[in-house]
Ligand binder design. Structure first.
Ligand SMILES: NC(=O)c1ccc[n+]([C@@H]2O[C@H](COP(=O)([O-])OP(=O)(O)OC[C@H]3O[C@@H](n4cnc5c(N)ncnc54)[C@H](OP(=O)(O)O)[C@@H]3O)[C@@H](O)[C@H]2O)c1
Length: 375
């Protein structure tokens, strides 16, 4: 007796149907005939677009884009949130090594909810919470259409602002702690830019591993409050740059071991201070240059301390063969968020106020929490 084979079909409204294979083929034929006349399309999308590289506050504008076709392997996602990271600003300024061709839509990571699926999509359904993985350009918009394999389904436990920001900064912190030196529990690291999201993640991920952190921040009004905040996150020591204008910074370490690994995202004097804390044979990893000042190294740091200077760039690390590894690290990091072991300060700003959020991210209003656009 010929066996009947069934295919379960999940529709956009969430309902499921069971077809035997021959009636399914007939159904597909009917649908594809209809679709050739009326393809499924996304809703129109509001997007932050720039037509030329330049100062982000003058070259960006919000425009409405027409619906795009959702092909059979595509998933249309309604974006919920996307951050403004320093690298987004650098891409728009045209000073980032990889620049999307203009006109371009800003935003490199985010989180959204599946809105519509193409006919061949099997692993995602409307309502699923997803993040783009690997990240790519174009997430400052209300609807994004990409192939199914470009989305990673995540749990809905993490607040949207964490899901939107987990890929670029927490992942960088995790990789940098693991990839350069074998850090043992009880050891220590030193970093500047400790108030950045990467910096706050380094403090907390180090603490999860029993590693002490020595942190350097910019001088500012209210620096004692900032120190207290970072210590509540798990920082062992927090110094302002001016506190470190002494001959022997290591005298400030007390019982903490001299760090073998240092992280620099500022450059200039703040980078020199990281090197001063490092022990003989230590390594400083540069991953950002917020002050736009170069890293200068004394001759004695090389001869007498034998320091190693390295660099880290997530975009280079995240080559396609890392895609699977990357997704499991994101799940791990979101798990830590849900357990309350990773937290950092953010401000959710409505999309209509994008340019206010941008001004804050550009530093026009002094030190501000990470700006996350809520769509
Ligand atoms: N290489 C990579 O793959 C990679 C990946 C992720 C991030 N990054 C880099 O990591 C750095 C931090 O990123 P984030 O998103 O975590 O930062 P963020 O949360 O947006 O915070 C910005 C940080 O930069 C500091 N800052 C801003 N302007 C400065 C200036 N002119 N001089 C000195 N410090 C300044 C701020 O200090 P205050 O609190 O004092 O304002 C704050 O600590 C950036 O350079 C970013 O490009 C690199």
């Amino acid at each position: 007796m010929a066996s009947l084979r069934f295919i379960a079909l999940k529709l956009r409204n969430g309902s499921s149907y069971l077809y035997n294979t021959s009636s399914f083929r007939a159904w597909v034929y009917r649908i594809s005939t209809v679709r050739s006349f009326s393809a499924i399309k996304s809703p129109p999308s509001k997007a932050v677009v720039y037509d030329q590289q330049g100062p982000p506050d003058s070259v960006t504008r919000i425009v409405e884009l027409p619906p795009v076709e959702i092909k059979e392997n595509d998933v249309c996602v309604k974006m919920l949130a996307s951050p403004i990271n320093p690298s987004d600003i650098n891409r728009i300024e045209g000073v980032y090594p990889v620049r999307p061709p203009v006109p371009a839509i800003g935003g490199y990571e985010g989180v959204g909810e599946v809105h519509l699926c193409g006919a061949a999509v099997r692993g995602l359904s409307p309502g699923d919470r997803v993040i783009p993985s690997p990240p790519s350009s174009g997430f400052w918009q209300t609807y994004v259409v990409k192939q199914e394999n470009q989305w990673h389904k995540i749990s809905k436990d993490a607040p949207i602002e964490y899901a939107a920001t987990v890929t670029v900064n927490p992942l960088t912190a995790l990789r940098m702690l693991e990839d350069f030196t074998t850090l043992k529990s009880g050891g220590s690291i030193v970093q500047n830019g400790a108030t950045s999201i990467v910096g706050q993640c380094i403090i907390q991920l180090a603490q999860v591993r029993g590693i002490h952190s020595i942190n350097i921040i910019r001088d500012r009004a209210g620096s004692e409050d900032v120190k207290e905040h970072l210590k509540r996150l798990g920082a062992d020591e927090v110094f302002t740059e001016s506190q470190l204008e002494i001959k022997n910074v290591k005298s400030l370490l007390g019982n903490l071991p001299e760090p073998a690994l240092g992280f620099n995202c500022i450059g200039g004097n703040a980078a020199t201070l990281v090197m001063k804390f490092l022990r003989q044979g230590g390594t400083m990893v540069t991953y950002g240059g917020m002050s736009k000042k170069p890293v200068t190294v004394s001759t004695s740091s090389f001869i007498f301390k034998d320091l190693s200077l390295r660099g880290f760039w997530l975009q280079k690390w995240m080559t396609s063969d890392k895609a699977k590894e990357c997704r499991s690290m994101i799940d791990y990091l979101l798990g830590l968020v849900s357990e309350g072991k990773i937290k950092y300060e953010m401000e959710l700003t409505p999309f209509e106020d994008f340019h206010t959020a941008l001004d804050k991210a550009l530093g026009k209003l002094g030190s501000q929490p990470k700006q996350v656009i809520k769509f």
